[in-house]
Design a protein. Structure first.
Ligand SMILES: C[S@@+](CC[C@H](N)C(=O)[O-])C[C@H]1O[C@@H](n2cnc3c(N)ncnc32)[C@H](O)[C@@H]1O
Length: 373
């Protein structure tokens, strides 16, 4: 099938299409655990949704994390680099029949697998009409591929942005097709320093999602340039390359698979505030783990930093929180320091010692008690 956009295909794109369209036939053909690096255990409602995905689709899954943000019912979602569609078929169940999922990918052979299994999944989910559309196109040219500006509530992506030679363009396009208040929630591979040309030009390393990994500090910079809120780290896990030849080329560079959330919200000078989560989000009735710093227990007061206060106020989460002015002085139980939240390597190393689900952010107390006086 001819490409539907006039976006110029680069040599890198051709190599990646070959890698995912011809070289790899199944998940076990991968040479590193960059793709498929598990970042955290899957909750039950997601495991149940995944169980309904056809094995021919999951056999060609090459993601590196879990890309299921909360509060998705009725949402319009876009999956950048959907591959054979595993995440699209899972999310189709979470948005429900009234929601919609669009998957875009440049590799036709992967999309063929996804399209071939559309009817199977719609019957399996009991839907009268499909709530998924698969589009062939480039993630650097979303509007050219026919996707409308300001039309998606959430964009997800699972181990794809690293494969693009034009990452700023990907973020810019994502920002443009998101609605105001929308979220880009994505899992990808990051390096501990900027990678040299020798690594970037290595076709297998690039194809394995390592050669094109961004230095995580460059993601923070790019997000700001494009107009997103500062990235919030959700989770991270160390990636290992168990191949001596590739290890020799990589030397001391280290890699993590990390999930970040970026929001399209108005710029301003956000102020910290106290918030109370109402416990109404499906799958997060007792507590909502928002990122690696903040877990909101239902009905408890939590002081959040200004950035997060702005995100909660302007995004789809606004209806699930009550907002209050901050306490006068928050002393030791106040807003958490940012350093750990920004460095996925530090977080990934800490992960085995302290499970993310056991941490709570800000200062907590019951709804009726006063916080940090
Ligand atoms: C590592 S696989 C991940 C696929 C899928 N997200 C999954 O979890 O199985 C990368 C996918 O991204 C697609 N891809 C890479 N670069 C792309 C680009 N610039 N535009 C569109 N698709 C791209 C590839 O064709 C491939 O299907």
């Amino acid at each position: 099938m001819a490409d539907k956009t006039s976006f110029v295909d680069t040599i890198v794109h051709q190599d990646v299409k070959d890698y995912y369209g011809k070289k790899l036939q199944k998940t076990s053909d991968l040479k590193s655990n960059a793709c498929v690096a598990p970042a955290q255990p899957y909750p039950n409602f997601i495991l149940n949704a995944l169980k309904k995905v056809h094995p021919d689709v999951t056999d060609r899954y090459y993601g590196c994390g879990l890309v299921v943000p909360e509060c998705l019912e009725g949402c319009r979602i876009l999956d950048l680099g959907c591959g054979s569609g595993r995440d699209c078929f899972m999310l189709s169940q979470l948005v429900g029949e009234a929601g919609h999922v669009t998957g875009i990918d440049m590799t036709e052979t992967q999309l063929e697998v996804a399209r071939k299994h559309m009817d199977f999944h719609m019957k399996e989910f009991g839907y009268k009409k499909p709530n998924i559309t698969f589009v062939q196109g480039y993630i650097e040219a979303l509007t050219e591929a026919g996707l409308e500006s300001n039309s998606f509530d959430v964009i997800i992506s699972n181990c794809v942005v690293n494969l693009s030679p034009e990452k700023k363009r990907v973020l810019t396009e994502a920002h443009s097709v998101l609605k105001d208040g929308g979220e880009f929630y994505f899992s990808d591979i990051y390096s501990n320093a900027r990678l040299p040309e020798e690594i970037k030009k290595h076709k297998i390393l690039w194809g394995e999602c390592i050669g094109g990994a961004l230095w995580y500090k460059d993601l923070l910079q790019l997000a700001e340039e494009v107009g997103f809120s500062p990235p919030r780290l959700v989770t991270a896990s160390i990636v290992t390359v168990d191949n001596k030849e590739l290890q020799a080329i990589l030397g001391n560079f280290k890699f993590v698979s990390a999930t970040y959330r970026l929001f399209k919200i108005p710029k301003g000078s956000p102020k910290p505030c106290n918030v109370i989560y109402n416990g109404n989000i499906t799958g997060a009735e007792d507590s909502l783990r928002f990122d690696c710093q903040y877990t909101f227990k239902a009905d408890q007061v939590v002081e959040v930093d200004g950035e997060l206060a702005a995100i909660l106020t302007h995004s789809r989460f606004a209806q699930d929180f009550t907002f209050q002015p901050p306490s006068r002085s928050c002393g030791p139980c106040g807003v958490k320091p940012k350093a750990l939240a920004e460095d996925p390597f530090q977080f990934a190393v800490q992960l085995p010692k302290q499970s993310p689900s056991s941490s709570t952010g800000g200062c907590c107390s019951t709804k009726s008690a006063t916080c940090c006086k």
